[in-house]
Structures are given as structure tokens and as C-alpha cells.
Design a protein around this ligand. Sequence first.
Ligand code: ADP
Length: 493
Amino acid sequence: MSENNISIPEIKFTKLFINGEFVDAVSGKTFETIDPRNEEVIAQVAEGDKEDVDLAVQAAREAFDHGKWPRMTGFERGRIMMKFADLIDQNIEELAAIDAMDGGKLFSWLKSNDIPTVANFLRYYAGAADKIHGEMLKMSKQYQAYTLQEPIGVVGLIIPWNVPSTMFFIKVAPALAAGCTIIVKPAEQTPLSALCYAHLAKLAGIPDGVLNVVTGFGRTVGAAISSHMDVDKVSFTGSTEVGRLIMKAAAESNLKPVSLELGGKAPLLIFNDVDVDNAVDLALLANFYNKGEICVAGSRVYVQEEIYDKFVEKAAEKAKTWVPGDPFDPNARVGPQVDKRQFDKILSYIEHGKKEGATLLVGGKRFGDKGYFIEPTIFADAKEDMLIVKEEIFGPVMSLMKFKTVEEAIEKANKTCYGLAAGIVTKDLNLANRVSRSVRAGIIWINCYFAFDMDCPFGGYKMSGFGRDLGLHSLKKYLQVKSVVTPLHDSPW
Ligand code: ADP
């Protein structure tokens, strides 16, 4: 099959990947994964449940307790991870097409950005795998000690659907480097690329049982992982609501540590001194990139009063360049929302915005009559107490508000239970750095947005979670420290 001259790959992997083999679910059940471009079924995928999680954990436990992976040198693990990265590079087009079809993400962006980047995540952590060191402690005259940085064990990685490949490797790459063994639960909306990665991991030489993938639903597979007595850690990215359930399940089972990257409602503060055209472009990117399905979307746009009217006018004009369309069409900039549930939820927020009295500048409805497309939408003159300003919409909906003073901007930016990201746009770098210190968020972008890098830690303040993905901070999440103490006799020092 071919669309716009891009070949749509055959779906080869639809079963669970446990202990190095693709297997059916114990129940034999499957679920449909839907193409959001046309609402058609792409494939039937194995629907895992508690019994399948038990099998995957058993395999991961065996691989951790008795297998080679945690025991080989970091250098050897790194070499295998490098090979895994090369195999991804050799299959970029196919992997990009799978995520575009399964999740409605832009093919061109996946091909040029997401998929090459995940191969580099593997390389980055592969390079760190042989640099995991403890320290030597002098202690008192009677003792000395050293610390070991040991892999934390069997880890459960529960990931969302908005950036399926990125989320897979943001968690899998550091966990592999640390020497952990893994059970990944991809989101039920986008299960397909994770299964391709399982296949490539095996080809790269990752031993059986080290990387397992159990597809299925959150309330069954996700809940079984987070409450499992033999899972040593859970790393989760998703909604704040589900993060709470995971933490509760961890506390009520074996008290496994969890790290949570949750929802957001990022403020974007735009000061009087900016070039309005550039600031509008940045605000549109912060809201419409990945069709707004991104936890760091800068959906609360605060514009200083002197430029507010001009900003509103230009935003309405420039929004037209964010054209919705098939993610395989090179002219499209906004693909379909991932599924019907998200599509309905976003449209209902838009209706709230209209009823609550915000001014609808552009968009505000479905695009076309097939697929889950929504017109990029902008509300002006929004207010802090409106639902569209308070809650995470996870769609292409931007709210514009006005502020007068720097203090007011800071106060408004912090008026949220979330704290994942924030943006500041101004020519005054001192002002930007000063405001950065007062805004409570895990990442602050000054005169840029979505500037992620594998070396730059990322995670939340407040109800956006805790723990950091990316960078060497993330590697630490998959390690634990052991102190080994020995006596020291007759030392004068
Ligand atoms: P969203 O609301 O954006 O779909 P979710 O937080 O519901 O995000 O989903 C993120 C991931 O969490 C998915 O893989 C989903 O299946 C999983 N999940 C959902 N409910 C639970 C649960 N009760 N326990 C564990 N994982 C869950």
C-alpha cells in the first residue's frame, strides 16, 4: 500500500513479547487499534491481563536474578545498545509510518526527528553504561567504605500514546544501561511501535527476558504491573489521575519506588518588548505542535497589555498556516487526535470555552467529516476561572490572557496545581532569568519552546509528578546505592 508516495508498512507484530518470544495473551483475547485518520481498524493486538504480566515479570525476574544482562560489564551492555540504535536507524521510515498511522502524528516529523532521536537516546545511555561508579568513603579511623551503584531490578515502564517511540526510549534506554530488566506497557491507543522495538532488541542481542512488552489496557495490565510484588520500580508517564492510582498501588503492594511524569498546564509569558511576529509563531508552536497532545503545551498564553491587541490580531492570522490534514501529507501541520475519546473531550472543552464567554478567535470545531481532526482553536480574553484555563485539554486549544506587571505574570503563571514547563518570551534576558527563578516548573524555555535534549533533565513540580527523565538524572532512577563497610586497623589517618 502506498500513500502520498510513502509506503505503509505491513503490520508484522501484534502479539505480546515475553521472554524473547511473540506470544498470544493467555486469554487469547485481542483488541483493535484504530487509525485516527479514518477511524478504521489497523490491526488486532493481543490483549494482555494479569496472567500475562505475571509471565513477563517471571521472565524479567529470572533475567535479573540469574541472567547475563545485569552481570555483564557496562561496556558490553553499551555495545549491544549501540547495535539496537543502528537497527532503528536502518528502519526509520517504517517505524515513522507505524507511529503516524497508529497515533496520527506527522510522518515527516517522526522521520526527521522522533525516530532518529530515540536511536540517539540509546547511544547516549550506552555511553553512560560503563561510567556508573560508586565512591570511596574514608569514614573514621576504624572503618572505610565504598559504595556500589546497582541496578534497581525489575522495572515496569507504563507509557502514554502521545509520543509512543520517544516515551518508550526515554525510559527503556536508561533502564537498559543501568542493567535492569524491563516490562513495558505501551498505551492501548498506540501499541504497534513498541512491538517493533521488541523485535529489534532481540536482533541486537538483548538477552531473552530483559525487555518484555505487554500490550493491553491500563486498568488490567497497568494495574497488574504497579501492584506486582516482584516489580522493583515503576516509572510512569501519563495523567495525574492515573499517577495517583499507580502510587497507591505501589504503596499498597511492595512499596516499590515510583517516578511520575504527569499532566501540565504550562504558562507562556510574553512581555511587551518582543517582536510580536516571532512571539506569535512561538505561541502557535507551543499549542499546535503534535496537535496539542503534549503535556508541556503552553496552553495558558499571558501577553503583556501593550502588545495584547496586536498579538491577538496576528495570532488569528497566522493560525491559518497550521493546516490540519493527513499526517502523511507533507503540507499538513496538524494530524488527527489520537482517538474518539480525546476528540470528544477536546470538543467538549471548546464548548465550555464558548459558554464561559471567552472570545473564539479561530477554529472551534471538527475539521472534515472523517477521522478525529479538530481545527486549531484560539480563545482570546480568557479568564483564570474558566475550565479551558484551569484544566489540561491535551488538544490544539490555546487561551490568550492579558497581564500588566511582572509580579502579576509570575503570580498567574504559578496559579495552577501543575508545574511541568513554562515559557518566557522577552529580549531582556535578566528579566527572563529572574522570572525563571520564581516560576515553579521543571523546565523553563526562554525565547524557545519544546527545546528538549537527551542531556537536559525533564520532569514536574507540584502535581506534575516527581523524578526526572532524560540526562544522567534519569539513569539514577534505575540504580540504587549500596554501602560496603570494612574495618581498618592501625591507620594513623
Ligand atoms: P491519558 O489519559 O492521556 O490516556 P493515561 O494516564 O490514562 O493517559 O494513560 C497513560 C498510560 O497509563 C497508558 O499506558 C494507560 O493504559 C495506563 N493506565 C491507565 N490506567 C491505569 C491504571 N489504573 N494503572 C496503571 N496504568 C494505567
